[in-house]
Design a protein around this ligand. Structure first.
Ligand SMILES: Nc1ncnc2c1ncn2[C@@H]1O[C@H](COP(=O)(O)OP(=O)(O)OP(=O)(O)O)[C@@H](O)[C@H]1O
Length: 236
C-alpha cells in the first residue's frame, strides 16, 4: 500500500461504503445483536451526523467503520478497496492511511507536547522525515489556532485546546475520512462551535468526509446529512 499523500477521493467514488453490517457483542446469554444491517455510503466533502438513543449501536458502528473491530457479517469498502475481509496488517495500514479519529476523550499522551502528539500518527505511518513531521505538526496546529502552543505539554492546555490538538492529530496523515464520537461532548458552547466550524471548513477545503456521532441537535442541524439510528439500524 502506498504511503504517499493520497489524491483526493474522486467525487464519484464514495470514501466509504458499508453493506449489511451485523455485529453481536458479549458472551453466552448476555450476547446482544447490536448492529442489524447497517448500509451506508459516505461521499467526499460531506459532513454526516448520526443520532439515536443510548445503546442503539452508534459507537459499535464507528468501531467497525474505523476498522477497529470486525463485523460478523457484511462488507466495508474504503475508497473502493474491500476492507472487511482484508488481513489485520492491511486493515491497520488502511486505518493509518485513510482514517482519522476524534473522540470525546481525546487520549492525548500527557507527557508529550502538542506537536509530539500530532506527530505520533505520522511516525506510525513512517512516510515523513523528522523535519517534515515537525513542520506538518506545526502547520496543523496553526490550522486549529494553536501554532504558538506547539511545545506546550498536553496537560498544560485547556480542555478546548486539547480537543483541538486531537483534531490536528486526526488530520496528521491527511485522511479521506474522519470518524468522530461526540467530538464536542466535553466542551462549552463556544469551544464546541469552534471545533465544529473547524471540522466543516476542513471538509470543504480538503474533500474529507466526516461522520460524527452527536447528541447535540444544533450541531447535527449544521451537517449536510443527518442519519438516525435505532436498534442497530438506520431509520428514516
Ligand atoms: N463488549 C460488550 N459486551 C456486551 N455488550 C456490549 C459490549 N459493548 C457494547 N455492548 C452493548 O451494545 C449496545 C450498543 O452499544 P454502543 O456503545 O454501540 O451504543 P451507543 O449507541 O454508542 O450508546 P451511547 O449513546 O450510550 O454511547 C449496548 O446495549 C451495549 O450495552
Amino acid at each position: 500500500m502506498s504511503t504517499e499523500t493520497p489524491v483526493p477521493t474522486p467525487a464519484s467514488q464514495p470514501v466509504l461504503r458499508a453493506e449489511n453490517l451485523h455485529r453481536s457483542l458479549g458472551e453466552g446469554e448476555s450476547r446482544v445483536h447490536v448492529l442489524r444491517g447497517i448500509n451506508l455510503q459516505l461521499k467526499p466533502a460531506m459532513t454526516y451526523s448520526v443520532a439515536g438513543p443510548s445503546g442503539c449501536g452508534k459507537s459499535t458502528m464507528l468501531y467497525l467503520l474505523g476498522l477497529l473491530d470486525r463485523q460478523d457479517k457484511g462488507q466495508i469498502w474504503i475508497r473502493g478497496e474491500l476492507m472487511s475481509d482484508a488481513s489485520d496488517a492491511e486493515r491497520t495500514a488502511a486505518r493509518s492511511r485513510h482514517i482519522g479519529f476524534v473522540f470525546q476523550f481525546h487520549f492525548l499522551l500527557p507527557e508529550f507536547s502538542a506537536a509530539e502528539n500530532v506527530m505520533l500518527p505520522m511516525k506510525k505511518l513512517g512516510a515523513r522525515s523528522p523535519e517534515e513531521m515537525r513542520s506538518r505538526a506545526e502547520y496543523l496546529l496553526g490550522l486549529v489556532g494553536l501554532g504558538a502552543k506547539a511545545d506546550r505539554l498536553a496537560t498544560h492546555l485547556s480542555g478546548g485546546e486539547q480537543q483541538r490538538v486531537a483534531i490536528a492529530r486526526s488530520l496528521a496523515n491527511d485522511p479521506a475520512l474522519l470518524l468522530a464520537d461526540e467530538p464536542t461532548g466535553n466542551l462549552d458552547v463556544a469551544n464546541s462551535n469552534m471545533v465544529f466550524d473547524l471540522l466543516q471548513r476542513l471538509t470543504r477545503e480538503t474533500g474529507q468526509a466526516i461522520l460524527m456521532v452527536t447528541h447535540n441537535p444544533e450541531l447535527a442541524e449544521r451537517t449536510d446529512a443527518r442519519l438516525r439510528m435505532q436498534d442497530g439500524q438506520f431509520v428514516v
